[in-house]
Ligand binder design. Sequence first.
Ligand code: S3P
Length: 444
Amino acid sequence: MRSNYLVIKNKINKFKKKINVDGDKSLSIRWVLLASQAIGISKASNLLKSEDVLSAINCLKKLGVKVKFIKNTCLIEGRGINGFKFKKKLILNAGNSGTVGRLILPLLIKSPNKIKIIGDQSLSKRDFSRVTKPLSKIGASFFPINKSKLPISILGSDYLRPINFYENMGSAQCKTCVMFASLNTPGEMKIIAHKSRDHTELMFKNLKIPIKVTKGKKVDLIKVSSPKLISNFNIKVPGDISSASFFIVLTILSKNSELILKHINLNPSRLGVIKILNEMGAKIKTTNIKNYNGEKCGDIYVKSVQNLKGINCPSSLNSSAIDEFLIIFLVACKAKGISYFKNLSELDQKESPRLKLGSKILNMMGIKTKLTKSSIKIYGNPNLSLNKHFVIKNYLKDHRIMALCTIAALTLGGTWKIFDPKSIQTSFPSFFKILKENFKAKII
Ligand code: S3P
């Protein structure tokens, strides 16, 4: 494998395997950021060591927080809530990570000096007004005024007030941003949030931060206020279901194969991919489920499927599968009938415009799609088998587009030249190692 592109010419042979995938990205970033607000040394084992998490760590180091790794354990010496110590004219680089960019800001809302947040080419195209608006109401200021894309500078305030925030996009990042802001804000923050991953709520409960969550059918009411302090806390990070989903689909689309994915985070707000694929004919099972600090973890069992069928995917599952749609689209290509995914405009707000790019890649593979600004119809072909040459480049180095194309190549055939394979470092550094060592994938 060269550094700027890889080539795949061979499908994968049948397999029966048991694997682990890298640690969960959402949990890793949340732990890193909250450990910086705790008093004393917090420890994490199996923390995801991907570029997104390293961006969070590098931001914290610049804010005066001590971070070190001893073998597989990350140690963070927190300085307490609002305990950052830093130079004037500070610039923090969130790299490719929307989560880091959007979740570091609320930790800076008391900063007496301006801090500039920058990101890479992809992150600089993404909307930040979704977090600067609520943070402005709480009392922070942003420069240039009304700018919605990075680079943006934040100036904090000593006069912060709690707000009533209506989160209507089903975005865990927006919800978490306001929850993190509550650490520095007197009084009670009230959030009505459309359903999205609830890792922050669970971590806050575990840390004894005053929080009350009332779950409704479509929305949750979250009331949260600042704790006196956060004590240091340890975590053992389970595997990431978003990374696991690439191997789930590798198995579904391969012949006569079986796979067990060990110790994966099975938080119910992340299980959309399993529900959708099972509705399409897969028989994915979860076993050995245990509760760990409020988070459910367990194993996933999956095997190859012959008769996949299309799905009219209920939008109520969208936020619980938001990072998995690209790989779900690949399954829809092999399913009998038309699959329909709607109310998905948020997909075009990710590391790349995934709805548009996903559709383009499917079309390259000879699959018909009907695309609107917020929906896609995929006309499946159960006999789909590829034999052409495919070149994948200019996809804003989106890690999930890269992994999608790799799985397509290994299951559907053809010769694929995929540029920027290092983009996978964003979320899943062991991806190619696992493919080569466990599945004997020929990736040149
Ligand atoms: C994340 C939330 C999701 C997801 C992202 C991680 C998080 O984004 O796409 O990869 O850790 O909170 P949105 O909250 O913007 O939907």
